[in-house]
Design a protein around this ligand. Sequence first.
Ligand code: HPA
Length: 260
Amino acid sequence: MRARTALVPAVGVVLGSGLGGLADELSDGVAVPFAELPGWPAAGAPGHAGRLLLGHLDQVPVVMLQGRLHLYEGHDPGLVVQPALLMGRLGARTIVLTNAAGGVNPAFGPGTLMVIADHLNLTGRSPLLGANADKIGPRFPDLTAVWAPDLRRALHEAGQAEGVELAEGVYAGLLGPSYETPAEVRMLRTLGADAVGMSTVLEAIAARWAGLAVCGVSLITNAGAGYTGKPLSHEEVLASGAEAGPRLGHVIRRFVRDRT
Ligand code: HPA
């Protein structure tokens, strides 16, 4: 990336399924397909462009990930978190993780935007397995406040300023790639989850470990399995992302502008 541009980003934004549109708002940016970065595979999930972009969003230097790497593609946890860590290496001190998710809280219907208050890592994996890179972060990182309270507050303020309603709740990250069974969704509710998806938690752990300030928003694209009796589909997820994505884009844009 340094061979392409000297730009030092203040903020990193990971754009999840169907949320890639914000990358089109970048000015004087460079866009690099994942596969052109050493050791990175091409993005595999449908709806994920798979590009790293550096540019300006309303004058603020940012780095964006259009699409991401998932465990369910068969990638190691350590690879899944490389984009988040690279954002930090490039200079970003704040990272915003977005995703598409199913609603586990029955009050969170399709189109709900949920600021992530905390997470459940139910993937059974950790990006920090193996020898610890002490130069980057501690062996046993504290996760009491992965989702930075001040940034959560800033997201809500950005939502208010943009007239976009934001809920808040707990995101459960699962391995996937199958959607959940209705019994699993009931279990997740019992465990305290408000939303469920197949990403984000490993990136959050790694970014926090590396000392970045982390926040995020889930776009609820569908009611969790079993709530409506209708089958879940990736098409529904992408369609809902297309509808609500621009609303989330406004919030993130305002949030980024307020960082300066
Ligand atoms: N479950 C898991 N991941 C998802 C869902 C879901 O219902 N919707 C979008 N991503």
